[in-house]
Design a binder for this molecule. Structure first.
Ligand code: ASP
Length: 439
């Protein structure tokens, strides 16, 4: 058994957290490859080391003195080293970092030092080998991740190493220049490492016990999702459920490696298992509910629209021309409605409407703002009758007016459009009918 374990910033924010991580790793000897993030927040008003590094480098780039800021970062690490009782000094590393900052080594280099230094501490603490990600994770010149080269080099390197720490979040171009993934990118590193070593499992340790059926800011103490498929996760993540970086699923998904989201502060909790497919039914027909506010609908009416070939294409072209992506396009016989993100649309509103007029000559266009979209997702829907009926009767009882309904042909999700101010009420009603009442 071979596991890759990734620990997020809050799991490594202090010596106390490091000790929990050490216990978790030692509790299972198949936890052989460790991917750490940079130290995160110790308390809610705290600053993540990654943000401290960005701030410090920005000051350095302006040619201002940044010594005090770098000193504060050093203190964060020294506190961890001291708390763990390690005989380790990062003095030399900080001298190099200071020099590189003066020479303007770049924002990515600066941010990557958070994971790099934490990786050195972690390797020292565990007695594992430290492997600098800049030597084994590669980017192409256009900035995209080089999956083939990485898999080759990283796979070969790790095949000779029994246990190692590989810092998250960064890699390098072939000439050695450091580049980071987008924020939260250590999740991606974990997935890349899992694929390279053909791991049996990718454990992603964070500060929650997995994905929740609904947003805890809306539902008090929601249930945890025990098993979710990659497809379901894509739908929920797209609609705002964030625990894992969106791109982190691709490397392991291709290799058929499951991801287990676990809680460092409650290791006994099962967490959420993310899998390609499963025969395990979700407990409540639906797997999860997620949603977003801030959409606009543009409703276009034209008599005999249904027989006008190319009408839909011309409408969408008007959006494409202005770089606006559409979310949903429900249509009737003589109407077509396009849902788009309000902030994307607002600035270009009049140009888009003028183009629709010019390109399609409609009878009438109506714009409705402040709409929210809710996705009710579940692989169980396909084999259960009456799911849609339950959703809409729950919404009717809660006095929520449904503006739009869209059921994907995969029967994996139902998307519902409501007014922004009905958003929370609608999510509560759907959660209650499936999870609490379970009728
Ligand atoms: N430290 C980086 C960030 O804060 C990457 C990560 O933690 O995954 O975004």
């Amino acid at each position: 058994m071979k596991k890759v374990v990734k620990f997020g910033g809050s799991s490594l924010a202090s010596a106390e957290q490091f000790k929990k991580v050490g216990d978790i790793i030692h509790a299972d000897e198949s936890r052989r490859y460790v991917v750490p993030s940079a130290p995160g927040k110790r308390f809610s008003e705290d600053t993540k080391v990654t943000d401290m590094l960005y701030g410090c480098y920005e000051t350095a780039e302006k040619g201002k003195s940044f010594g005090d800021l770098l000193e504060k970062i050093k203190e964060r690490y020294n506190e961890i080293i001291k708390g763990l009782g390690l005989e380790l000094s990062l003095e030399e590393e900080f001298k190099i970092i200071e020099k590189q900052f003066k020479e303007k080594a770049g924002k990515d280099y600066a941010a990557s030092r958070g994971e790099y230094l934490n990786g050195i501490i972690m390797a020292n603490y565990l007695g594992y080998e430290f492997i600098d990600s800049a030597e084994v994770i590669f980017f192409k010149e256009d900035g995209g991740f080089d999956a083939d080269l990485t898999n080759d080099v990283l796979g070969k390197r790790l095949s000779t190493v029994e246990r190692a720490v590989i810092p998250g979040f960064y890699g390098a171009f072939q000439d050695g220049r450091v580049k980071t993934f987008s924020r939260g990118g250590s999740d991606i590193t974990g997935s890349i490492v899992a694929k390279a070593v053909s791991a049996d499992m990718y454990e992603n340790w964070t500060d929650v016990s997995g994905f929740l059926v609904a947003d805890p800011r809306i539902i008090h103490n929601p249930e945890t999702i025990t098993t979710i498929t990659y497809k379901e996760l894509r739908e929920l993540a797209y609609m705002g459920a964030t625990v894992l970086h969106e791109d982190a699923i691709f490397p392991v998904r291709k290799a058929g490696i499951p991801i287990n989201i676990k809680n460092t502060n409650k290791p006994e909790d099962e967490g959420t298992m993310i899998v390609e497919s499963t025969c395990r039914q979700s407990k409540y027909t639906i797997t999860g509910i997620a949603g977003k506010k801030g959409f606009v609908s543009i409703n276009i009416e034209k008599a005999m629209m249904n027989s006008e070939i190319g009408f839909g294409r011309r409408v969408l072209e008007a959006f494409e021309k202005h770089g606006i992506s559409f979310e949903h396009v429900p249509s009737g016989i003589d109407t077509m409605t396009v849902y788009v993100h309000q902030p994307e649309f607002e600035d270009k509103e009049q140009q888009v409407l003028a183009d629709i007029h010019r390109m399609t000559d409609p009878d009438h266009i109506e714009v409705e703002t402040d709409l929210a979209l809710i996705a009710v997702v579940g692989r169980g829907m396909r084999s259960t009758r009456g799911t849609a009926g339950r959703i809409f009767s729950a919404l009717a009882h809660a006095n929520v007016n449904v503006k739009m309904i869209d059921q994907g042909s995969s029967e994996l999700n139902i998307i519902i459009g409501v007014k922004n101010n009905d958003f929370e009420k609608a999510i509560k009603a759907i959660y209650d009918i499936f999870v609490l009442v379970q009728i």
